[in-house]
Design a protein around this ligand. Structure first.
Ligand SMILES: Cc1cc2nc3c(=O)[nH]c(=O)nc-3n(C[C@H](O)[C@H](O)[C@H](O)COP(=O)(O)OP(=O)(O)OC[C@H]3O[C@@H](n4cnc5c(N)ncnc54)[C@H](O)[C@@H]3O)c2cc1C
Length: 392
């Protein structure tokens, strides 16, 4: 029997998509979307890119207010779910819905992540870049000339660094790993971006951990100092699993779900940044931080709820990062230990025990799209075929 009341916790990219897809699939029960942040659901990717320069907050909004009325989705912004009562099939909220309880037949957890705050002295002086409020504060900070230190050489820190440098600020990036974006890309792509940032005057401190922040800069673990009057913390994230844990759901590196994105309680699903799920290719439990995963998860869960059944999750992961004029795109997902073959500058194939796992491209949308076809469901995932497609 299809559930009559669906409650979605978290009104980010994935939570909103679940509401949209439920209605697109003909679900005619009650939908309540609960979001801790104020305002309409918005997209985060531009926060470290276009928004920092143009400040156009309205361009980030994913659906206008009229959507919620016309699709009969009850939207509760500025409300946090404090507790899941699985026995009663209820969630307890605060904020705008002060101490309200809300019943569900199916609950979707789309709680995302929050910034990791490593134990660094004085870290309260550093700014985050996760929400629209954070980004608005950063825009103000970028208004005057600054010496900026970015703690963390991952996608978000580097995207911010590229914008700040373009705006004429002095920028240093401090990364504890020996190379940039080490968790996500091959060594060859790390080198490409190291060269690109250095050529634009960004000072890179690789293999150095920040140990202290104060009003004049950042102290590093080798005793060096990075002078800065403004510090951005972009050292990774942590999945918001506390609600699930307190409710006794299985968790690991995120809320554990199966290939149907169902948690250890069949009345609760989880999606996006907060969920760890079996990678369709390797079967390993993975947690991805990408719009693609959040929205594809949401579509599957909505289909399952509305239609009563759906095929297991098969979607190919893909990612992008815009750093200045360099558009990095990744088709597929290569875990740690993957080997690489550099096809040409800015075009790298990555392999694991099962063969071709991922293709990384820089400013090469054509090859990226071909790689997505080859690696996606029904594709041959064959390196020779990729090389032929590149040559064509
Ligand atoms: C600056 C930045 C740049 C990015 N750039 C890219 C990019 O270029 N490409 C890409 O693919 N991805 C990018 N991402 C990642 C992408 O935005 C996320 O993967 C995506 O938003 C995940 O969607 P989600 O629905 O899982 O979580 P989110 O969109 O993070 O939404 C989770 C929401 O849940 C709310 N919430 C949490 N707990 C509760 C609670 N108890 N009650 C109510 N609400 C709650 C949170 O407040 C939040 O609004 C970027 C992220 C950031 C921050």
């Amino acid at each position: 029997m299809s559930p009559e009341r669906v409650v979605i916790v978290g009104a980010g990219q994935g939570g909103l998509q679940a509401a949209i897809s439920l209605r697109q699939n003909g679900f005619d029960g009650a939908i309540t979307l609960i979001g801790a942040e104020p305002g309409l659901p918005y997209q985060r990717p531009p926060l470290s890119k276009a928004y920092l320069q143009d400040g156009k907050a309205e361009a980030l909004v994913l659906r206008p207010a009229s959507f919620f009325e016309s699709k009969q989705v009850e939207y509760l912004p500025g409300s946090s779910v404090l507790e899941i009562d699985r026995a009663a099939g209820e969630v307890r909220l605060d904020g705008a819905g002060a101490d309200r309880r809300l019943g569900y037949d199916h609950l979707i957890l789309a709680t995302g992540t929050r910034n990791l705050r490593p134990p660094i002295d004085g870290l309260e002086l550093a700014c985050d870049l996760r929400t629209l409020d954070d980004a608005a504060r950063l825009r103000e900070a970028l208004a005057g000339p600054r010496r900026i230190a970015v703690i963390g050489g991952g996608f978000i820190g580097l995207e911010f660094a590229a914008v700040a440098r373009k705006l004429g600020h002095e920028v240093s990036v401090i990364e504890a790993a020996p190379r940039l974006m080490a968790r996500a890309v091959s060594p060859a792509i790390s080198r490409h971006f190291e060269d690109w940032h250095r050529a634009r005057g960004v000072a890179l401190h690789l293999g150095r951990a920040a140990i202290g922040v104060d009003a004049t800069g950042v102290s590093l673990d080798d005793g060096a100092r990075v002078d800065a009057d403004f510090v951005l913390l972009a050292a990774g994230v942590r999945p918001n699993t506390e609600l699930a844990e307190a409710a006794g759901l299985e968790t690991g590196n995120g809320i554990s779900v199966d290939a149907q994105l169902q948690s250890s309680d069949p009345a609760i699903s989880a999606l996006g940044d907060c969920a760890c799920f079996p990678d369709p290719r390797s079967g390993a439990m993975v947690r991805l931080e990408s719009v693609q995963a959040a929205t594809d998860h949401a579509r599957l869960i909505a289909t399952r709820i509305a239609k009563g059944a759906c095929p297991d999750y098969q979607a190919l992961p893909w990612f992008w990062s815009d750093q200045g004029d360099q558009k990095l795109q990744i088709a597929g997902f290569a875990g740690p230990g993957a080997t690489e073959e550099v096809v040409s500058e800015g075009l790298v194939a990555r392999f694991d025990a099962a063969g071709l796992a991922a293709v990384e491209t820089v400013n090469n949308a054509r090859v990226h799209m071909k790689a997505r076809k080859l690696l996606g469901p029904g594709g041959s995932a064959d390196f020779a075929a990729l090389k032929e497609a590149i040559a064509a």
